[in-house]
Ligand binder design. Structure first.
Ligand code: NAP
Length: 259
């Protein structure tokens, strides 16, 4: 695992850790993967789009493996985790980063829309966490990082299902932390502010009013970069954070406390 060194960098000790990052082929997930491999963590990135995953693997180099899987196919998850565990013998870090958003007026959101967001953003997170925890319990060690959003810190219009899903992720983080920390498994959650990725571009680029609102309540004054989440994830996954569990950490340029 990782430890803080005297010069404030995080370095790897002894055994090379293995991390799984869902949605690691783009945006925030790719930035987390980039930070992990730069710190000598073997990193498996999961997504639906094989072409995207292969392009990211090329950038990340030999410490990166890819697995193509649609995580909404819940029945595939137990064998996916078993296959990773059988191959590597340990799973040290799981980052539940994959997620989808839907911007629509409240009254137009269909039951299928709502269920689809919850399936990707909540149910699949539960299923892959449960399967991974079974393996982590065997070693009495592990780290799980969840990703929520400003949508669970305050009310944002037109993202009802996404807001519900991210609120659930924060509640699950606390519930998992109290139940699993006694067994050596730490669970934390990063709540990104508005980070420059495809997802935020879709939500903000054709909506200048929303973008101005975001920036006007962000004291640091600009969108975050995916790397800001990457370095935070590395810290929370490292031994430097060994006494931290159950927290929701905003990485948001002050957006969540902005006036
Ligand atoms: P992104 O670039 O759209 O990344 C989302 C990733 O999730 C993609 O790599 C996608 O890969 C994967 N994914 C989606 N559905 C999947 C499924 N069914 N199975 C497997 N993989 C799936 O967006 P991002 O901005 O980096 O978002 C990453 C996370 O950060 C999300 O949870 C999001 O809610 C959260 N977040 C983002 C922001 C922001 O400002 N960008 C703010 C707060 C929170 P494939 O297309 O290959 O399936």
């Amino acid at each position: 695992m990782l430890q803080a060194t005297g010069n404030n960098q995080l370095s790897v000790m002894k055994k090379q850790p293995l991390a799984i990052i869902t949605g690691g082929g783009s945006g925030i997930g790719l930035a987390i993967a980039t930070t992990f491999v730069a710190n000598d963590i073997k990193t498996i990135i999961i997504g639906r789009d094989e072409k995207k995953l292969r392009a990211s693997q090329k950038k990340l180099g030999k410490l990166c493996e890819i697995i193509v899987c649609d995580l909404t196919q819940l029945h595939q998850i137990p064998s996916l985790i078993q296959q990773i565990y059988s191959t590597h013998g340990h799973i040290d870090i799981l980052v539940n980063n994959a997620g989808i958003n839907l911007k629509k007026d409240f009254a137009d959101v269909t039951d299928d829309d709502f269920a689809n967001i919850m399936l990707t953003n909540v149910q699949s997170v539960f299923t892959i966490s449960r399967e991974t925890v079974k393996k982590m319990l065997l070693k009495k060690k592990g780290v799980i990082l969840n990703i929520s959003s400003m949508a669970s810190q305050y009310g944002i219009p037109k993202v009802i299902a996404y807001s519900a899903s991210k609120g659930a992720i924060e509640a699950m983080t606390r519930a998992m932390a109290v139940e699993l920390s006694p067994f050596g498994i730490r669970i934390n959650c990063i709540a990104p502010g508005f980070i420059a990725t495809d997802m935020s571009a879709k939500a903000l680029e054709n909506d200048p009013e929303r973008k101005n609102k975001v920036l006007s309540r962000t004291p640091i004054g600009h969108l975050g970069e995916p790397e800001d989440i990457g370095t935070t994830a590395l810290f929370l996954a490292s031994e430097a954070a060994k006494y931290i569990t159950g927290i929701i950490l905003p990485v948001d340029g002050g957006n969540s406390i902005g006036f």
